[in-house]
Design a protein around this ligand. Structure first.
Ligand code: C2E
Ligand code: CA
Ligand code: CA
Length: 892
């Protein structure tokens, strides 16, 4: 691309030279522009801004020297190369004095010299710009020294003036980075400043002095072997590293001893020039033919000149090395993925690497303008535990190698960083700080994720058991301080296992998620909800005035859970059982409170579920009683301790027995008679109910066969089914088998179920009920009026019979509750009849109750008044004596 090529302007009145230079340089990919004389050259220079100018000295309109001055004034940094004829050396010297960078002798036969000179000039111009900053430093350094010298005697004043010129010289020289470049310039500047007419420059090699340059050609030998002979002046300069003055060359053959045929008249000076290590690297001779000759003062000035020159040379080298290492450092620093800053002693940023700019959203200029490192952290961090970055970086006693800060971007957003900092010291004084900040956003996020996974339940996002108990202990601590109460609500979904088993785990999971959401919506934000596992949840309410405060929440939770859930377009009804324990009444450790809430929940389950209880100490007794029952129940079936008794069902209209309800009795040799109200839930929980239930079914059906045979072939048998039995998919088949085995029609059997079986409303429930119904077996809804009592179930499922719970029946004649009970019983009967169901009233104990039921068109009755549950053997009296209608005679 043309624009990136080096642009050369050739100003020469000779068209041949113009053309040959242009052709040659263009072939080398330079972009060449030409001008015929100085004025045109000046114009071109302004338009094309060449990188280098080659100019002739003798030209019409405007000559080279004038052009040189004009160009210098316009841009001192553009290299100007003078081309002049051999006879015009003095012009070339003038041109150099005016600031030409180099000169070429005409005719330029070897054009590669032209190429080299142009390239060299361009490179030097680049270095020159690069070094300018350093030069300024150097200048101020020299100025400082100059100042130190000021105030000395007159001679020194004179010296100062000359030093100033030298400073200019050396700063010009400082663009010459190599002795080969540097030497000739040094020689010329020396000669000019010392007003010498001639001079030579030798470079010291191991075994010889090699002539590098000379301005008195023909005089100086090309080489002088080392070491130089004894008494040689040049040798003396090398050995002493001191300038040697030869006031009168003619006086002796001073130079001859050095093998020097050079100066034979006037005066001379020999200067050693030392390298960075202080060794003499070069020798410079000056010749003065004029009067006055060189004197001691010239020698001293020359010494200073040479020392400055050398210093300049050395400084350039050092600067080069420094800038190279600095460049390397910067490049390395910019490669780092961490933010890196350096500051002054006050924390004001003096350097920032690229990552720092990217991370904090500033440009490098903005960062280093006037921001301190404390501007890079959140204000709160400046006063907080870390007391700001500057404090952290300077405090050596903290013992902390690194610490975390909340970093602040320019746009106000924050992110976490890990900061390493160290003071930069100079002796004992802290001159600055070096700070490395590592962005740990990703690490933090991962830490939080891990923390979450360890403390939160993956499915519902609620705190897990571990975190829940931790929160609970905090609540307890808090409550202890404020003298308040904490309630622990232990919640277990009823029959959740059945949903999992029948509808699959995905549906189960969805339900759990929805239920957990609902729980969260139920309580205050300050309350904690956790999932303990499976379908168990915990709610913790802190800051209560007393345990009673939990009542409303517990009831609210249960009501909320009962609202239908919608999963995969299935509407489902769930219930839950809940137990509540309270700090400090029930315990003062999380474990104890949890255990007691669990016990209370268990109690709620055994009380028919869908309800809640506070923990009471009797529950503990119940728990141990339960364990006792469980132990003994296991063997009860095998050892014949379980017996089925039968309670007659009477038709109210004709007062005759239409059938029996099978009721289980357990007479344990160790525990005595245990009520089925007590042991059926245990059997249900442990799963023993499956065997027990099947025993009851077989036993009662075989009894029915005998009763039908002995008394009335229309007799029916009602058998209670617990929820768990109902969940057994083999149930319809088992029933069918029993009926077929005994050769009984389906309608000989009635199965009593409670609403609990229906809650949850799965498709499965419907299927089982339907297939039982298809066997002709009737289905009765037991305990109607207690618990949930959804009339919709009666319509939805194939029920044949409704059994009004005995609590309503016993209330019928009650002074206080009678009216309401009568209303309810009446409504149930009317509605059941409307749906084509028969109604059985349970627990009829008085004649009055029976008459009321009769009056309300109740179909059947069951109760102590009409007959207690009795073993099969005792039933014959019932048929022999008829139904007893006098409660006074009942016994059991
Ligand atoms: P349930 O099905 O409501 O049974 C009626 C209960 O009322 C029986 O109590 C019975 O003895 C009692 N009862 C009958 N007439 C009267 C009366 O006039 N006054 C009073 N106060 N009570 C009367 P039981 O036998 O203690 O049974 C309690 C519960 O145990 C039953 O309630 C039933 O839910 C369950 N159960 C009994 N046997 C079985 C069984 O074989 N399988 C299943 N799954 N549950 C059974
Ligand atoms: Ca029953
Ligand atoms: Ca009942």
């Amino acid at each position: 691309m043309a624009s990136t090529n080096t642009r050369v302007l050739v100003v020469d009145d000779d068209p041949g030279i113009r053309q040959s230079f242009a052709d040659f340089l263009e072939d080398l990919d330079f972009e060449v522009d030409v001008a015929e004389h100085g004025l045109q050259g000046l114009e071109r220079f302004g338009q094309h801004k060449p990188d280098v100018v080659i100019l002739d000295l003798r030209m019409p309109v405007m000559g080279g020297l004038e052009l040189l001055q004009e160009l210098k004034a316009r841009n001192a940094d553009t290299p100007l190369i003078v081309v002049s004829g051999t006879g015009r050396i003095s012009d070339a010297v003038d041109a150099l004095k005016l600031g030409a960078w180099d000169y070429l002798l005409k005719p330029v036969e070897d054009l590669s010299v032209l190429e080299h000179t142009v390239r060299q000039s361009v490179e030097n111009a680049r270095l020159r710009v690069e070094n300018r900053r350093y030069q300024q430093q150097l200048e101020s350094l020299v100025e400082e020294r100059t100042k130190a010298l000021a105030g000395a005697n007159l001679r020194l004043k004179h010296l100062n003036e000359r030093l100033r010129t030298i400073v200019n010289t050396t700063s010009t020289l400082s663009s010459w980075l190599d002795m080969r470049e540097f030497g000739p310039r040094l020689l010329r500047e020396f000669a000019r400043n010392m007003d010498a007419c001639g001079g030579s420059l030798y470079v010291v090699h191991e075994d010889r002095l090699q002539l590098l340059d000379t301005i008195d050609p023909g005089h100086a030998p090309e080489e002088l072997p080392l070491p130089l002979p004894e008494g040689s002046l040049l040798g003396q300069a090398i050995a002493t590293n001191q300038a040697v003055l030869v006031g009168d060359v003619r006086g002796g053959d001073a130079f001859a001893a050095s093998g020097w045929q050079g100066y034979s008249d006037g005066s001379a000076l020999i200067f050693p020039i030392a390298d960075a290590g202080g060794n003499v690297a070069a020798l410079l001779t000056l010749h003065n033919k004029k009067s006055p000759p060189f004197v001691e003062q010239d020698r001293e000035i020359g010494m200073i000149l040479s020392s400055y020159s050398c210093e300049s040379l050395r400084a350039i080298r050092t600067f080069e090395a420094l800038s190279q290492s600095e460049r390397r450092f910067r490049e390395l620093a910019d490669l780092l993925p961490q933010s890196l800053c350096e500051t002054d002693a006050n924390g004001t940023i003096t350097y920032a690497n690229q990552q720092a700019c990217v991370s904090f959203g500033y440009s490098a200029e903005e960062l280093t303008e006037r921001l301190t490192i404390d501007h890079l952290i959140e204000p709160v961090e400046r006063t907080g535990e870390n007391r700001g970055l500057v404090t952290f970086a300077t405090d050596r006693n903290s013992g902390r190698e690194c610490t975390e800060f909340r970093a602040l971007r320019k746009n106000g957003t924050t992110f976490p960083v890990l900061v390493y900092a160290t003071p930069i010291t100079h002796g004992n004084e802290v001159t600055g700080l070096r700070v490395v900040a590592v962005d740990i956003t990703v690490r933090k996020r991962q830490e939080q994720l891990i923390l979450r996974q360890a403390h939160y339940d993956g499915l519902t996002g609620l705190p897990n058991r571990f975190l829940s108990l931790d929160r609970l202990s905090q609540l307890i601590k808090e409550a202890r301080r404020t003298d308040e109460h904490v309630a622990v609500l232990f919640l277990d979904l009823d029959d959740f296992k059945r949903i999992n088993d029948t509808l699959g785990h995905e549906v189960g999971d969805q339900l759990l998620i929805q239920a957990s959401r609902r729980l969260r919506d139920t309580v205050r934000d300050a309350d904690t909800i956790g999932r303990l596992g499976g379908d168990e949840f915990i709610l913790m309410l802190g800051g209560l005035n007393g345990g009673l405060d939990a009542k409303a929440v517990a009831e609210h939770v249960l009501t909320n859970i009962r609202r239908p859930f919608l999963v995969d377009n299935h509407e489902m009804v769930l219930t839950a059982s809940l137990g509540v324990s309270v700090f400090p009444e029930d315990g003062d450790t999380p474990a104890e409170l949890l255990r007691k809430a669990d016990t209370a929940m268990y109690h709620a389950k055994s009380e028919g579920r869908n309800t809640w209880y506070y923990f009471t100490s009797t529950m503990n007794d119940q728990v141990s009683r339960r364990l006792l029952l469980e132990q003994h129940l296991h063997g009860a079936l095998g050892s014949g301790e379980l017996e089925v008794w039968y309670q007659p069902v009477i038709e109210l209209a004709g007062k005759h027995v239409i059938g029996f309800e099978a009721l289980l009795r357990w007479n344990s040799p160790t525990l005595g008679a245990v009520s089925p109200m007590e042991f059926i839930p245990v059997a249900e929980q442990t799963g023993l109910i499956m065997q027990i239930g099947s025993h009851v079914l077989h036993e009662s059906v075989s009894t029915l066969v005998k009763l039908r045979h002995d008394h009335d072939p229309r007799l029916r048998m009602a058998v209670n089914l617990s929820p768990r039995q109902f969940r057994d998919p083999d149930l319809p088949e088992q029933i069918r088998a029993v009926l077929r085995q005994r050769n009984l029609p389906g309608d000989a059997l009635e199965l009593e179920i409670t609403e609990g079986v229906l809650l949850g409303g799965s498709v499965y429930t419907h299927e089982v009920l339907d297939s039982i119904n298809q066997l002709g077996v009737s289905i009765a809804m037991d305990d109607f009026g207690t618990g949930y009592s959804s009339l919709s179930y009666l319509q939805k499922y194939p029920f044949d019979t409704l059994k009004i719970d005995r609590t309503f029946v016993s209330d019928l004649g009650d002074a206080a509750r009678g009216a309401r009970a009568r209303e309810l019983v009446n409504a149930a009967i009317v509605m059941a009849h409307g749906l084509g169901l028969k109604v059985i009233a349970e627990g009829v104990e008085t004649r009055e109750q029976m008459q009321m039921l009769e009056a309300q068109q109740c179909d059947y009755a069951q109760g102590y008044l009409l007959g207690r549950p009795q073993p099969y053997q005792a039933l014959h009296t019932l048929f022999r004596d008829g139904v007893r209608q006098d409660a006074a005679h009942t016994h059991h």
